[in-house]
Design a protein around this ligand. Sequence first.
Ligand code: FCB
Length: 563
Amino acid sequence: MIVGIIRKTSDSSVYTKTEVMRCQLCFFPFYLLFFFYSVDSSLAQISINEDEQQIQRSQFPEGFFFGTSTSSYQIEGAYLEDGKGLSNWDVFTHIPGKIRNNENGDVADDHYHRYMEDIEIMHSLGVNAYRFSISWARILPKGRFGKVNPKGIEFYNKIIDNLLLKGIEPFVALYHQDMPQILEESYGGWLNHLIQEDFLYLATICFNEFGDRVKHWITLNEPNHVAEFTYLRGELPPARCSPPFGNCSAGNSDVEPLVAMHNMLMAHAKVADMYHRHFKTTQGGLIGIIAFAFMYEPLRYEEVDREAVNRALAFNIAWMLDPLVYGKYPAEMHECLGLELPRFSNSDKELIRGSLDFIGINHYSTLYVKDCIYSACSMGGDRPVRGFLSTITERDGVPIGKPTAMPRFFVVPRGMKKIIEYLKQRYDNMPIFVTENGYSPKIQHDEHVEDLLQDVDRIKFHKAYLAALASAIRDGANVRGYFIWSLMDNFEWASGYSVRFGLYYIDRITNSLQRIPKFSATWFVSFLAINHTQNSTTKRSVKPLKPNMIHSTVEAAKIAANM
Ligand code: FCB
């Protein structure tokens, strides 16, 4: 097949000039013809288990939100345009050796210029929600110490307005990894309590400017992931850590993750308090936070590992959610960390307790957990800051689930039900949104575009995880929405563009950045469009499409969905 020649050179993501020229010649329209003619046969061959086969939109409550997720740095590009300031990620990605293949988000998916097309794509998918984040440095290039950038406000206004015009509910995160670099340089970012005021300043501007239309606010995406990967492992900017966790030029892995988390939690509390007191009555929205939520299982069939699982959940999720719901850190953390754990003053407690309207979770995978109190562990598992436990991806040489492109993400659908169950019990069935769930195939060196487009494994992944989620809901969990990570392939942090979570492929070979639907986009359309009264066991087949029927790629997906 002609499209088969489009592939990377064996050991890098760089394409030879001849390959690029060949690609430009062959990419379109033959390429799309191949894609659509293939939909029939390949989708028909997907073998899925009964639960997955039965998964339908009708198994979710009325008003349930189905959407896609992105974040500013990962898709926007335009990193120096229209008055935007430099962010910590703009600076970090330009340091040689930090990112795979030295890639960066300078252009990313060029969403800054193509947002209308991206909203159109979402509309064609049939989603009723979209979760995105605001680039802090685009709104406040110099943080609290400079002016508001009107072009930044205008950009997000256009996004929000156009989403609403298409019936898509905006879920807006105020922080997703990127902050003005100046805040990092002038006082150390999340390590300094001053950041709480900066974040409050940003949030107040956003509530004033966008709050008449945004009804779902997320303060912070994954404070627990930021604390671990920035200040314990030292892999993300400003990359601070100490041995045995890593070799950074500065940092203290035993202490700084705790300090950073404390400041993030207090920043959330101040923002939520501001919203609840000054905006909620007039704007009527909700405010939540997002946890990076692995599920855990005991490595050995022993009580000590079962207890280690409880500690893992406490040290990862309850670490951030217990203070926001109950006004204190989990008992499990107090026991391990004692005085190392920062304290909430009485007035802090007043502010932070009950500061959540909903819980967001980004759930991808499950890990095994081994106790490190009674068993020997290395790599920091024996340190209080890790809760005296080790997370492990395989048992007796067998991985916990099918491997993916991310070293610690395995396909374990049962974990979705278990994590929801944990949150339901611990937080009295507070509303939950699954704000990210997605799959990226294991990276092959000789990757073919056709393989990336025929992403049947991604479809299987979503069906299986959705089936587990539906089962949790049947058991009474108060889940309100599910967002696929991600709308389109994008800049996956330290992995650059080599890891692909998108429903849409982005053509970086010709540099056109064209959005091309994968099979999973077609599947998502059909999942969202299915008539609720249809018998779930009805066999459907996808008919081949004639090229002239294809007005747009998504149009075609819709046709496929209605067969
Ligand atoms: C989540 C991040 C998101 C993306 C996915 C794969 O933890 O929130 O930006 O990187 O992982």
